[in-house]
Each structure stands twice: as structure tokens, then as C-alpha cells.
Design a protein around this ligand. Sequence first.
Ligand SMILES: [Zn+2]
Length: 334
Amino acid sequence: MEAEVSREAVHALPKAELHVHLETSLRLRRLAEELHAPSLTEPYLVSDPKRHFGYDRLRRLRYLGRAGKVPDSLYTHRNVARITYELLREAAEDHVRYVEVRVGGRRGFALLGIRGMLEAMAEGRARAEEEFGIRCGFLVTLVRERGPEHALEVAEIAASCAECGVVGLDLAGDEENFPPALFARACEVAREAGLGITVHAGEFSGPASVWTAIYQLGATRIGHGFRAVEDPELVAYLRDHRITLEICPTSNVRLGLVQNWKDHPVRALFDAGVRVTLNSDDPLLLRTNLTSEMYLAARELGFTLDELRTMVRYAAEGAFDPRAATEALAVAAG
Ligand SMILES: [Zn+2]
């Protein structure tokens, strides 16, 4: 009988994370409250989870978490650098050695420009890498609802921002109404520039969305993707083609997509040989971090410490800067 995995052991484990959103507004809101208005109550106020479901619930969670609380004036180079630094400091405290941070917020892009946002993030990253030895790459998120022309524009800028630390492109948003084919050209531009492609799929929609993300967009990683479990052929394909799934169990449970941890298909997918990784998705909004995700996976789904290490290795190998990920983890181990 395997010894029970403790939270301390999981915390101490050098880790890698592939799916975390900067979520500028919520981090900026926290910053605003720290700096200017500590009296704002319940900073992480969220909607009644029983009233909304799936993507609609996600939108409401995000909206209510920040509505009207973050003035445009907070979107400065300095503040964006600072929240990036804080995200990385919190990750480093959690013994995350390599992390890919994604950014796609409409207001930040509009107010600072896409390149301006990335340059500010790069400054926060440089400071955190130097202080904590953590390594970090950026992913630029295309939001489906903003349409294919906007996506192409964002992809072109992302493709020209390698010096800011961009390593990949992410597609997120309304899976049902904005099918992947609309974004094929944007993904092609990114791929040609050497960026990795990850697509939010198999979360609100079923296995078909994962198939199309792979076939039409050339995704080598899938954000969430847990609904692949509904299609045995897809499970075999993911395993054989070494596609990495960025699984975020707390997010799925909080959005009502999976009833509870014990029902989460991450165990079945791992046992089937699929390269699953654990991730926090949106740690401030969901009040989680990578240690929590891994500890709950151990406690609720029986993952051993060795299996958790295997998932960290999958994350390093699936990283869009695998060399940085492997080096950072090797330094931590050595
Ligand atoms: Zn996500």
C-alpha cells in the first residue's frame, strides 16, 4: 500500500505549469485594492454558481469579479510588469520552476497595445527570473468571439514578439458558436513563426472540438480536453501522437462541467497513457494553485507522488520552450 501523499510533499515537488491566465483585470484589481482602496469588500466576489453553467458561468464569474472596479488608468506598463512579477513570485513560492502565462485581455491590449502589454510583462518576467530562478514563456490568447480578422492581427503581432518571450498561441472563448476553422489562418501564421499552438477544446464542447483543433489548427496541446474521454478513438490518437492535455480540475468543477473531483476523467486519461498535466487555469478567480491541484489529485483520485512527477515531466516535454522547462527542473532537482 502506497503511503499517503502529503500536501507538504506536493508543495516541495519542483513543478511545471502550462495553463495559467494572467487575468489582468483581477490581478490589477487586487493591486488597486492593496495600493489605493483596501476597503473594497470581498475582492473575489463571484456569481451564484447555481444560476449559470459552463462558459456562461465563466463569463459571469469573471465579470462580477471585476466589474467597474478597475479603471483604465491602472493599465500602465509599470502595473502590468508588477502583476506579472507577482504571478511569477507566487508560482515560485509554490515551487513551480517553469510556467507558461497566457494573456489576451481586451482592455489591456486596447489600452497598452498588444506589443506594449507583452513588453511590460517581459519586464516583470526578467525581474522574477533573476530573483527566483523561475523560467517563463508567454502565450497570446485569441478570443474566439472577437472574430477571425482580429485573431489574425493578434497572431501577426505575437509572431513578431519572440524577443518579448512569446512561445505560443492559445485559442479560447466560445467553442460552440465560433468553430476552429475560422482561426486556421491565424494559427498558420503563428506556426510559421515557430510558435506552439494550444487550443481550449473538449471543455464546453465534446470530442469533436478536440479533433478539429488538432486537424484544422495543428494544435499539439489542448487546453482542458478532458471530454476526449468520451471518444476511445480520440484517446488512442492523443496517446499515440503525444498530444499534451492541460487539465485544470478545479476550474472544471467550479464551472459545473464535472460534478466533483472524484468524477474527473483525468485519472482515466492518465491510465490510458495520455500525456495529461495539471494546471491552475485562473488561480485568483478559482482560489487555487498548482500544489492544490496536485494534492487534490492525489487525495481524491489516488495519484502517487511518482505519478505526479510523471505529469510534471509531461508538462516539461509538452512545453513550448521544452529546453527552458527541462533546465529549470534539472536545476531544482540538482
Ligand atoms: Zn483557460
